[in-house]
Design a protein around this ligand. Structure first.
Ligand SMILES: [Zn+2]
Length: 314
C-alpha cells in the first residue's frame, strides 16, 4: 500500500512551506493540493509547480497513464459531483460516526490511484498531498492507502490576518485573486478544521500535530520528527538529507528545487534560496479589536495548542 502523508489544517497555516521542505527529502514525492486537480488541472489546464501547463508536464502525464491509463479516461465532472456528495465539512459528523455516504469509496479510490501512480513513477516511499481539507482526510480513511496525517496548526490570529490579505493566483490567465475571509469567519473555520483533525486522530488515524511557529523556529528538529512519523530512515545519524537547510546569522534558509505541485499557494512556484522566517505581521497589522475577537472565538483550542491568549504589540 502506498504511504501518504496528508498535510491538513486551515489554509494559511504553512502547509505549502512544509510541503516544499518535505519535497527536498529523498524518498518523498510532493504532489501539491490534489483536491484541486480535477477542476484546476484536468479542466482548466493551470500550471504545475514546475511551470508547465498540467497537460504539458511530463511528470503528471506519466502519473495519468500509470493511474488511469491516461487522463482521458477520467471524467472530472464525475469526481466533482462525488465531492459534492461526500467531501464537505458539514458531512464530517456523518463521515466520523454515521453510515458511510454512498460514493465515498469511489471518490477516495481516485486519489489512491493518483498516489499509487506517483509512487510508481518516482519510486518514492512516501507521497505528500497538501490538500488541507479535513473532509477529504475523512474520505481517505476509505481508500486503500497507508494514510498518515500531519495536522499543521498556526496561531489563529496570524491565520486570520493572512486571510484578509489580497493574494494573486499567478497560475491563472486573468490573475485571479485567492479567497479572502473576514477575521470572524476565519476564526470559525479555524475552530472547525482544527477540531475535525483532533477528532480524526481520536478515531485512530495516525496523526502528528506540527505548529507552524515551531517548524520555523527549528526546521531541522521538526523535519526529523516528520521523517520518523513517515516511516523513513532516521536522519539523526548523518544530516545529509537536511543539508538543504542552512543556518545563517538571521536564521535558517532553505534551498528549494522545483516540484510538480498540482495546485496550491503561489509559494509552490518558488525556487532557490528562501529565508525561513515566521510571518508575525499580524501582531502589528491586525487591528486590536479584530485580534481580540479572533483570540476570544478561538480561545479553547489556542490554549490547548499552547498559544498565549494575549498576542500582539499593543
Ligand atoms: Zn510539473
Amino acid at each position: 500500500m502506498v504511504r501518504v502523508l496528508f498535510l491538513g489544517g486551515l489554509g494559511r497555516s504553512g502547509t505549502t512551506l512544509l510541503e516544499r521542505l518535505l519535497g527536498q527529502l529523498p524518498g518523498i514525492t510532493p504532489l501539491g493540493e490534489v483536491v484541486h486537480l480535477w477542476q484546476r488541472d484536468l479542466r482548466d489546464d493551470e500550471r504545475c509547480g514546475c511551470g508547465d501547463r498540467f497537460s504539458a508536464c511530463g511528470f503528471w502525464q506519466k502519473v495519468g497513464v500509470e493511474a488511469f491509463g491516461g487522463w482521458d479516461a477520467v471524467d472530472p465532472q464525475r469526481v466533482l459531483d462525488l465531492a459534492d456528495k461526500v467531501e464537505r465539512t458539514r458531512f464530517i459528523p456523518r463521515l466520523a460516526f454515521g453510515r458511510r455516504p454512498a460514493g465515498v469509496e469511489e471518490y477516495a479510490a481516485h486519489y489512491a490511484k493518483i498516489y499509487n501512480g506517483a509512487a510508481t513513477v518516482t519510486g518514492a516511499s512516501v507521497v505528500v498531498d497538501s490538500s488541507k481539507h479535513s473532509a477529504l482526510a475523512y474520505c481517505l480513511r476509505h481508500a486503500e492507502i497507508d494514510l498518515r496525517v500531519v495536522h499543521v496548526v498556526r496561531d489563529s490570529r496570524g491565520v486570520a490576518y493572512s486571510w484578509t490579505k489580497k493574494v494573486t493566483r499567478p497560475e491563472t490567465e486573468k490573475n485571479e485573486q485567492m479567497t479572502q475571509y473576514s477575521p470572524s469567519k476565519s476564526a470559525l473555520l479555524w475552530n472547525a478544521h482544527n477540531a475535525s483533525f483532533g477528532l480524526l486522530g481520536r478515531l485512530g488515524v495516525p496523526l502528528l500535530r506540527v505548529r507552524y511557529e515551531e517548524l520555523l523556529a527549528d526546521p531541522k528538529a521538526t523535519l526529523r520528527t516528520m521523517i520518523r512519523f513517515a516511516g523513513l530512515p532516521d536522519a539523526e545519524q548523518d544530516g545529509q538529507e537536511l543539508s538543504f537547510l542552512r543556518a545563517t546569522d538571521e536564521g535558517y534558509v532553505a534551498d528549494l528545487g522545483p516540484a510538480h505541485s498540482a495546485a496550491g499557494n503561489p509559494m509552490r512556484f518558488t525556487i532557490g534560496t528562501v529565508p525561513l522566517r515566521r510571518d508575525e505581521a499580524w501582531r502589528r497589522s491586525l487591528p486590536k479589536g479584530q485580534r481580540r475577537l479572533v483570540g476570544a472565538l478561538t480561545a479553547p483550542l489556542l490554549s490547548a495548542y499552547g498559544y498565549p491568549l494575549l498576542g500582539g504589540t499593543t
